[in-house]
Design a protein around this ligand. Structure first.
Ligand code: FNR
Length: 344
């Protein structure tokens, strides 16, 4: 699977897909990837990280995305969409502009479970604690987004509950200080994700998969935080709600996080633990530092995970999957575009 990767490439501030998104996503389908997951796509406008992120909060977004999903399918792959809300990490400039909080004129009010802002080094940007009415609206936004995404031709929906964005902010005691039914113990902090999952599952066809991306750990071992044990328990709860695969990433909730390693397969150990220790037989995808065909192949073949999810290597090499098939002597199992027969 091509890991979801924000392109920050909408031309207006309208969240509409552009020629860049089309070229970028369709190229990976031509390159042989089995599943092309689009970037974090905002279910409401204030859920964008930057003004240039993709959105799916209106019917206009469906039209812009439909051509892209058709291309991905025509080129032999499966189109997936990551449904997202950035929470208190919204309203920023693009990474290549510094990822700084936007000034009053360009930015917008961010929302989160509690009113603790993201600790920017330079300044404090307030965030507003969501009311239960906001939460009800948010769940409906995810439901409507899933309906639109299916209409646009996507066949896998992934709920983004990782990397310190809104849903993760509810899951983690680092960012959730609520004292209502959406905060407190594990069951209450996971309630929002369970309700969003239920809403998405209700409108997403039973035969089409739903994935959830989580941060398996906050990487804050010295504080009361989200850890792998919580993730194992969550995986079982999500399996019961009809989730097909847990996409296992990590971190992003706080700048003090201590990342133990960023080497090859650096998050694979969390995927493996969830696969081994969860009681359900939910499928598990591993992401992070997978850069070679042998690594991806061994992950699945040795049962440490069910899906190899590859991000940056797909940016370096859009034909990574075809190259991998060639290296692993499995070209008979992939669809090579006839135009490229002489190269493989
Ligand atoms: C990302 N990542 C990411 N993750 C996610 O869940 N939604 C997203 O939209 C993005 N956006 C994004 C943009 C870019 C340019 C990069 C490099 C990364 C994280 C990504 O999906 C992946 O989890 C990490 O990059 C680790 O995997 P690799 O790159 O080591 O294979």
């Amino acid at each position: 699977m091509v890991s979801p990767m924000c392109q920050y490439s909408c031309e207006g501030r309208d969240g509409l897909a552009t020629d860049w998104h089309h070229t970028h996503l369709a190229s990976r389908a031509v390159g042989g990837a089995g599943l092309v997951m689009s970037e974090a796509t905002a279910v409401e406008a204030r859920g964008r990280i930057t003004p240039h992120d993709l959105g799916i909060w209106s019917d206009d977004h469906v039209d812009a995305l439909a051509d892209i999903t058709a291309s991905i399918r025509d080129h032999g792959s499966v189109p997936g969409i990551q449904l997202a809300h950035a929470g208190r990490k919204a309203s920023k400039t693009r990474p290549w502009e510094g990822s700084d909080p936007l000034t009053d004129d360009d930015g917008w009010e961010t929302v989160a479970p509690s009113d603790d802002p993201w600790p920017y080094e330079s300044e404090t940007v307030p965030t507003r604690a969501m009311t239960t009415d906001d939460i009800d609206d948010l769940i409906e936004s995810f439901r409507a987004a899933a309906e639109r995404a299916h209409e646009a031709g996507f066949r896998v929906a992934e709920i983004h509950a990782a990397h310190g964005y809104l849903i993760h902010e509810f899951l983690s005691p680092i960012t959730n200080q609520r004292d209502d039914e959406y905060g407190g113990g594990f069951r209450d902090r996971t309630r929002l994700l369970r309700e969003i999952t239920t809403a998405v599952r209700e409108v997403w066809p039973a035969d089409d998969p739903v994935f959830v991306r989580i941060s398996a750990t906050d990487w804050l071992p010295d504080r009361e935080s989200w850890d792998v044990g919580n993730s194992i328990r969550l995986a079982d709860d999500l399996a019961e709600l009809g989730v097909d695969l847990i996409d296992v990433s990590a971190g992003g909730i706080h700048p003090d996080q201590q990342i133990p390693s960023t080497g090859p397969g650096y998050q694979e150990r969390y995927a493996r633990r969830i696969k081994q220790e969860s009681e359900s037989d939910i499928a598990v995808g591993a992401v992070g530092g997978i850069t070679t065909p042998e690594q991806a192949d061994a992950l699945v073949r040795n049962g440490r995970g069910d899906l190899a999810i590859v991000g940056r290597e797909h940016l370096r090499d859009p034909y990574f999957a075809l190259h991998a098939a060639q290296e692993l002597d499995r070209l008979d199992d992939v669809e090579i575009p006839p135009q490229y027969y002489r190269a493989f």
